[in-house]
Design a binder for this molecule. Structure first.
Ligand SMILES: Nc1nc2c(ncn2[C@@H]2O[C@H](COP(=O)(O)OP(=O)(O)O)[C@@H](O)[C@H]2O)c(=O)[nH]1
Ligand SMILES: [Mg+2]
Ligand SMILES: [Zn+2]
Length: 361
């Protein structure tokens, strides 16, 4: 006998109301994923919002009734979905809770010994690489942070009109699993490709050194000079502000973009997964090394050094991998070449001993 299970579809009046009143959150990314994240921290008398900018003691949030200033207890990050509550004392909004993040771009701040969240809930980490200041090593380093965030890194070579010849090709040949887009705010080249990477309800964060052309590119996407560009100016024209803090902006063709001021030091922190993803080719080759703990420093049967010798692996890429690996702080993955060498010599001594024991028997 078949049992019929009745499913009660509850038509909650609140849900219907939400569809209407939360419409203004859609441009900042209010989709099923955001709804689910908010659902984890939603409570009676709370409303959803997304953090647009964080200042010292307050932040700007996109709320169902537009942009509002909210106070916070726990420091939120730009891009966070939050549960907002009215503070009955002073009629201000307060961030009652921060929703769980599905991705977070972080940097390790060595000075203050903390991990700083640069942007939360991002889908794409756009790494702007100024074409006139080529540095594959810097881009590679930023792809490590990009992968580590849980989002997809995307390299955007800016200022193609004045770019060093061969830079784009070098990046395409060297990076693994990362698309490289060429753009110029002067000619308009590639702006459509950046737009295409930013579908509605997708969030991107723009990384890259100061002066890379990040704000100029975002203005091109916005179709207006909203963000201040170039050197620090005296004439702080109305409607403009310098990129002194991270800010989330809505792109008219869809998606949202978080602009960052050039962060001077992008400390890596514990980014083992990001490193492995950014250097998936090196990791795959290293799996072929004779010794499991091969440090790729003169060991016999080292597949990585063989790959460099044969030209399969770029030697500067390996150099940068070693450099970044050594910088990783945290869980002891930092390679101690001296200790590794001592261990290999001890292993060899044991092997020799075993051989002579056998032959002497
Ligand atoms: N030649 C050229 N200059 C650009 C381009 N994009 C930006 N710039 C210039 O680069 C400087 C820095 O740009 P800005 O957007 O402020 O860089 P940000 O610090 O990364 O936000 C400004 O003087 C821009 O005019 C470009 O595509 N081509
Ligand atoms: Mg800027
Ligand atoms: Zn090796």
């Amino acid at each position: 006998m078949r049992r019929i299970v009745r499913v009660h579809v509850r038509r909650s009046p609140i849900a219907v109301e939400n569809l209407v009143s939360f419409a203004r959150l859609v441009p900042v990314g209010w989709d099923d994923r955001a709804r689910a994240a908010y659902g984890e921290v939603a409570g009676a008398a709370r409303i959803p919002g997304r953090v647009v900018r964080v200042d010292r003691i307050s932040c700007v949030v996109a709320a169902p009734d537009g942009e509002r200033i909210a106070r916070f207890v726990d420091l939120p990050a730009v891009g966070d979905w939050v549960a907002l509550a009215e503070d009955p004392d002073d009629e201000q909004l307060v961030i009652a809770a921060i929703a769980p993040r599905w991705s977070a771009l972080t940097r390790h701040d060595a000075d203050r010994e903390r991990v700083q969240v640069l942007a939360a809930n991002v889908d794409v980490v756009m790494i702007s690489a100024p074409g006139d200041r080529p540095s594959a090593a810097r881009v590679e380093r930023e792809t490590v942070l990009g992968w580590e965030s849980g989002a997809q890194p995307l390299v955007i070579v800016t200022k193609a009109d004045v770019a060093a010849p061969g830079y784009v090709e070098e990046l395409r040949a060297r990076l693994v699993g990362v698309e490289v887009i060429e753009t110029s705010a002067v000619s308009g080249l590639g702006v459509d490709a950046v737009e295409a990477a930013l579908a509605p309800c997708r969030t991107a964060v723009m990384l890259g050194p100061s002066g890379a052309g990040k704000s100029t590119l975002i203005n091109a996407l916005l179709g207006e000079d909203r963000l201040a560009t170039g050197a620090v100016r005296d004439d702080d024209r109305r409607g403009r502000h310098t990129t002194s803090s991270r800010e989330l902006v809505v792109i008219p063709t869809g998606g949202v973009l978080i602009d960052t001021p050039g962060v001077r030091t992008l400390g890596l922190g514990s980014v083992e997964d990001g490193l492995d993803a950014a250097f998936a080719d090196v990791v795959a080759i290293a799996a072929q090394c004779r010794f499991g703990d091969c440090a790729h420093h003169g060991e016999p049967g080292c597949a990585v050094e063989a790959a460099v010798a044969s030209g399969e692996l770029d030697s500067t890429r390996l150099e940068n991998y070693r450099h970044l690996e050594a910088e990783i702080v945290g869980d002891g993955r930092v390679v101690d070449h001296v200790a590794a060498k001592a261990k290999r010599e001890e292993d060899k001594r044991i092997q020799r001993q075993a051989r002579s024991d056998r032959s002497g028997r």
